[in-house]
Write a protein that binds this ligand. Structure first.
Ligand SMILES: [Zn+2]
Length: 262
């Protein structure tokens, strides 16, 4: 198994996972989405809300704001020494006290901890009109995407198989496959059909269907092209590393269970 990074920016990583069974590729995807913990608001106390929106809608909107997460500093509530009651090691409070007229943004939330704050300051929460007031306290904690989508560290996380395209000897070089390919994967080179851009192939099989000589084959491989976009709560590479650590722990746990059975 090997990982090759193709593209890397603050919020997006594209990489190839080589030589892995498909079950492992899918476990990796699922671990990134639903097992890597991040911070999100999970509890909101409303002291005053004279806005047009119900408390529940505002609480839901605040819950979905991505929050910068430091996994080294915070514990999951059920693994914290406080036993899940809430302490500085497992939760952070935010305060908000605003009066209209004003559009309230994520940046208006005042955090008790300067390191833990919304990733973006410009996410609109609500518009307050003249005379309306909102006074709340929100509590953020670690959680996983398995529990609620607001804890997912990635907004996009998918893979596709990178196929192998075989051009057989009976190819009559008619060029039909090059023409019909919607993603321009094939090309004619030195009077032969060649693969130009295998990463673009979506395995639509148009080339196979249109080849009168049956000279082209598109085969599955154990290589996958992954695209992962983060919410900003954690760097995408941290999400990848953490997901692999979690998978390893789970495999070790499984091993020890099997050993007790033998
Ligand atoms: Zn605690």
């Amino acid at each position: 198994m090997k990982i090759e990074i193709l593209e890397e920016s603050e919020f997006k990583v594209k990489f190839i996972l080589y030589d892995a069974p498909i079950a492992l590729a899918n476990s990796f995807r699922r671990a990134m989405k639903s097992l890597v913990p991040t911070m999100a608001v999970d509890y909101v106390d409303f002291y005053m809300n004279t806005s047009f929106l119900y408390d529940e809608i505002i609480a839901h909107r605040i819950g979905l704001i991505p929050i910068k997460t430091d996994l080294e500093r915070f514990n999951l509530p059920d693994k914290c020494s406080c036993g899940g009651e809430g302490c500085p090691n497992c939760q952070v409070s935010f305060r908000l006290n605003v009066e209209g007229p004003k559009i309230v943004y994520s940046g208006d939330l005042i955090s008790d901890d300067p390191e833990v704050k919304p990733v973006f300051d410009n996410i609109p929460i609500i518009e307050l009109y003249e005379g309306q007031q909102l006074m709340i306290e929100a509590v953020a904690r670690l959680g996983t995407g398995k529990e609620h989508a607001k804890f997912q560290p990635v907004s996009v996380c998918f893979y596709k198989i990178i196929p192998e395209i075989v051009i057989k000897d009976n190819c009559d070089k008619c060029g039909k496959c090059v023409e019909v390919c919607p993603r321009k994967v094939l090309k004619v080179e030195n009077d032969k059909i060649a693969v130009e851009n295998i990463l673009a192939c979506s395995m639509c099989m148009e080339c196979v269907k249109n080849c009168e000589e049956n000279a082209i084959e598109v085969l599955d491989t154990n290589n996958y092209l992954f695209t992962v976009e983060g919410t900003g709560a954690l760097p995408v590479k941290t999400v990848m590393r953490k997901a692999l650590e979690i998978l390893k722990e789970k495999a070790e746990e499984m091993n020890s269970i099997i050993e007790t059975l033998i």
